[in-house]
Design a protein around this ligand. Structure first.
Ligand SMILES: Cc1ncc(COP(=O)(O)O)c(C=O)c1O
Length: 437
C-alpha cells in the first residue's frame, strides 16, 4: 500500500481529495484504488497485483476491459480523424438501433454522462407539460445535478421528514429547488395515488429506476409499474424510467422489456458506450420533438455524441445483439446467485443478495430483499467496508460506495472460473465477519 499512499499524497496536492469523482476515494482502503490497466475480467493495480473486477466501471463495463470490438471501434475512430461536433452517418445508425431495441424510443439524443441525460430530459418533460414539479422515489438516484439530487437518499435521522421537506443531498443546491420535489416511497400505490391527487396539476413527471440498483436492487412489485403507467397517463404526467443502469443489464430492451411496461421517456447509459462515455435520452416523438430545431427546448453541447463513443456504442450494440451475449450473462448470473444462496444457507448468514441481470446488490442485516428505502437502514456500512477490504486483499475488487448496499457486477468477459473464485473469497470473508452481519 505504500505506493498507493505515496501517490495519494501527490494527487491530493492537485486534485481535491486526490480524486476526480468524490466516491473514488475508497473508504474501505482509506485511499483511492490505483490501477495501471485492465484486460477482460481483470484489473491490475499500480503495485502489479491482479484483481477480478467486480465493479466493471459501476456497470459501464458490461463488455469487460479492452474488448476486441471496442479496440476495433477505436481504430476506426482514429482512421476517421475522430471528427467532433459534426453529424455523421454513424450517429443515425446508432440512433436507429436504439430506437429499434428500446420500447419507448421513437427518437433519441446522445450525450456523455447519465447526469447530463437526466438533466436534459427533465427539461423537455417540463416544457412538454408546462409544469415544474417532479415526483421521485426514495432510494432512487438520477445524477448529481441540482434538479434531482434532492430527496433521494436522506440519512436515517432525516428520513420521515423527507416526505414533507425533501432532503437536499449536497450543500450548494438552492433550497428553493427542494420545493419542486415530491418524494414518495417505492412500491406504495397509495402514496403514489395520494401524491398525484395532491400535486397532479403541477407535476411534470414521475421519475423512477425500475430496478433500484442504487439502493439494494429493489424491484418493482408485481402490478406497481402497471399502476404507475395507468395513473400517470390519466393525470397527463410523463412517466420517466431512468434506465442509465438497468438498460442492457438483463435484456436488449432494458427494464421496459423485462417488466413489459413502456414509459413515455427514458434515459439509458453506462454499458451503452462499451466502456466509453456515452448516455442517451429517448422517448415518444411528441416529447423528443420538443428539442430545437424542431421544437423550442434548448439542448446542445460541443461533446454531445462524440464520434469515438458513438462508434464504441455501435460496437456494443452489435455485440449485445449476438445470441450468445445474454446467454453468457444469464449463465454467470445463475452460477453466482446459486453459489450465494448456498453460502448464505450453509453459514446461516444474515445477508441477502438481490439481483437483476448482470448486476446485484449485497445487503447485510436482513435475510429478505428490501421493498423500499427504509428497509435498508439495517445494513451496517462499517462492517461492510471491512468485508470489501478483505475481498480486495484476496484479489477481488468490489467498489466500496461508502459501505452502502449498492451495486456490483460482472461482464461478458468474466468466466465461470472467475465466478467460482469470487464465491470462494466471499465465503471466506463473510464467514470471518459472520457475527457482525
Ligand atoms: C439510475 C442512474 N441515473 C443516473 C446516473 C448518473 O450517471 P453518471 O454517473 O453517468 O452521471 C446513474 C449513475 O450511477 C444511475 O445509476
Amino acid at each position: 500500500m505504500s505506493i498507493y499512499t505515496d501517490h495519494y499524497a501527490l494527487a491530493k496536492e492537485v486534485l481535491p481529495g486526490g480524486v476526480n469523482s468524490s466516491t473514488r476515494f475508497n473508504k474501505a482502503l482509506d485511499v483511492p484504488f490505483y490501477v495501471s490497466h485492465g484486460k477482460g475480467s481483470r484489473v491490475w493495480d499500480i503495485e502489479g497485483r491482479e484483481f477480478i473486477d467486480m465493479s466493471c466501471a459501476h456497470g459501464a463495463g458490461l463488455l469487460g476491459n479492452a474488448h476486441p470490438a471496442i479496440d476495433e471501434a477505436l481504430r476506426q475512430a482514429s482512421e476517421l480523424g475522430y471528427v467532433n461536433a459534426l453529424e455523421t452517418p454513424h450517429h443515425e445508425e446508432l440512433a436507429r438501433l436504439v430506437c429499434q431495441c428500446i420500447p419507448c424510443a421513437d427518437r433519441v439524443r446522445f450525450c456523455s454522462a447519465g447526469s447530463e441525460a437526466t438533466l436534459h430530459l427533465i427539461r423537455a418533460c417540463r416544457a412538454f407539460t408546462a409544469r415544474d414539479k417532479i415526483i421521485r422515489v426514495e432510494g432512487h438516484f438520477h445524477g448529481y445535478h441540482e434538479l434531482i439530487y434532492i430527496g433521494g437518499h436522506p440519512p436515517q435521522n432525516q428520513f420521515p421528514q423527507n416526505r414533507q421537506s425533501p432532503y437536499i443531498e449536497s450543500p450548494g443546491i438552492p433550497k428553493e429547488l427542494a420545493e419542486l420535489i415530491i418524494p414518495i416511497p417505492y412500491n406504495d400505490r397509495d402514496a403514489l395515488q395520494a401524491a398525484i391527487e395532491r400535486h397532479g396539476h403541477e407535476a411534470a413527471m414521475l421519475i423512477l429506476e425500475p430496478v433500484n440498483y442504487n439502493c439494494a436492487c429493489i424491484k418493482a412489485e408485481p402490478g406497481y409499474l402497471e399502476f404507475a403507467r395507468e395513473i400517470t397517463k390519466d393525470a397527463g404526467i410523463v412517466l420517466f424510467f431512468d434506465e442509465i443502469q438497468s438498460a442492457f443489464k438483463k435484456s436488449f430492451g432494458g427494464a421496459q422489456e423485462d417488466f413489459g411496461i413502456v414509459p413515455d421517456v427514458c434515459t439509458i447509459g453506462k454499458s451503452l458506450g462499451g466502456g466509453l462515455p456515452l448516455s442517451a435520452f429517448c422517448g415518444k416523438a411528441e416529447i423528443m420533438d420538443m428539442y430545437q430545431p424542431v421544437g423550442p427546448v434548448a439542448h446542445s453541447g460541443t461533446f454531445n455524441a462524440h464520434l469515438v463513443p458513438v462508434l464504441a456504442g455501435l460496437a456494443f450494440m452489435r455485440e449485445a445483439a449476438k445470441p450468445e451475449f445474454y446467454a453468457t450473462l444469464q449463465k454467470l448470473e445463475t452460477q453466482l446467485h446459486d453459489g450465494f444462496a448456498q453460502i448464505i444457507e450453509t453459514h446461516k448468514l444474515n445477508a441477502v443478495v438481490p439481483h437483476h441481470g448482470a448486476r446485484f446488490n449485497m445487503m447485510i442485516g436482513r435475510k429478505t430483499p428490501a421493498l423500499r428505502y427504509e428497509d435498508t437502514f439495517c445494513h451496517n456500512n462499517q462492517t461492510f467496508l471491512k468485508v470489501l477490504k478483505a475481498c480486495w486483499a484476496k484479489g477481488v475488487y468490489f467498489h466500496d460506495y461508502g459501505g452502502g448496499p449498492f451495486h456490483h457486477g460482472y461482464s461478458v468477459q468474466h468466466s465461470s472460473d472467475d465466478i467460482d473464485r469470487v464465491l470462494v473469497v466471499l465465503e471466506e470473508v463473510l464467514t470471518t465477519y459472520r457475527d457482525e452481519l
